[in-house]
Ligand binder design. Structure first.
Ligand code: CA
Length: 234
């Protein structure tokens, strides 16, 4: 289902988003407050493919809505809408489980490109059934394509689509330094992301799921000035 829940309190921005995404073939449900978004989410058990969440709202904010969505599912894609100056907001949103962010103001083409890219990642789970049975093993970890799950020792860990794609790249290239650009290309598509910070933040989030002590990572190692490496014997 190409459906998206758009949460934005400013009517003009919301209409701009809705018109452009409808034109791109998406079915949109609108919410103008966090409270309204949560009640729509409660009434929609099948969920949405994607969520566009404005961060700054008068009541319940976009972070809280993001957290609630991630408590229910890791299958959907989440894009946060943030103000240009709020770097900290973008990092916080990604740490809470968002996959991407769009900085205001944005053009229709930027909006649709970001949404299309994430929709492809999220719907890939269902479109590429031939790959669904794929499974990767690396040291004490197993990555299971069908359920998008990481198994650490015997403990299953749920992954978002973005986290799954990142881990898949690492598991296919164990002990190899992979550049941030290559990670970005593999996860979001070729040359799509010009902000590599999004890679760093997603790595931080992955470390919280993977590492014994995320402050002293031993499995996902930073390669200074280049990228990251998955250490298979960690
Ligand atoms: Ca707002």
């Amino acid at each position: 289902m190409k459906n998206i829940l758009v949460l934005e309190d400013e009517a003009t921005i919301r209409e701009f988003i809705v018109i452009n995404l409808q034109r791109a073939g998406y079915e949109i449900v609108e919410a103008s407050t966090g409270e309204e978004a949560l009640s729509i989410i409660d009434r929609t058990p099948t969920g949405f493919s994607l969520y566009l969440l404005d961060i700054n709202l008068p009541g319940i904010d976009g972070f809280a809505v993001c957290r609630r969505i991630r408590e229910r599912t890791s299958d959907s894609g989440i894009i946060m809408l943030s103000a240009r100056s709020q770097e900290i907001d973008r990092v916080s949103g990604l740490m809470l489980g968002a996959d991407d962010y769009i900085t205001k103001p944005f053009s229709p083409s930027e909006l649709v490109a970001r949404v299309d890219a994430l929709y492809r990642r999220v719907s890939g789970k269902f479109e590429h059934l031939e790959r669904a049975g794929e499974e990767f093993k690396c040291g004490r970890f197993r990555l299971i394509g069908l359920t998008r799950t990481l198994v650490k020792d015997d403990e299953p860990i749920e992954l978002t689509q973005v986290e799954y794609l990142m881990l898949k790249l690492f598991f296919e290239n164990p002990d190899v330094a992979i550049s941030r650009e290559s990670i970005s290309d593999a996860v979001w598509g070729d040359g799509y992301h010009n902000d590599l910070k999004v890679v760093d933040v997603n790595i931080r989030r992955l470390r919280m799921k993977v590492e014994e002590d995320p402050s002293y990572p031993r499995t996902i190692i930073k390669v200074w000035g280049y990228g990251y490496k998955w250490v298979s014997k960690s």
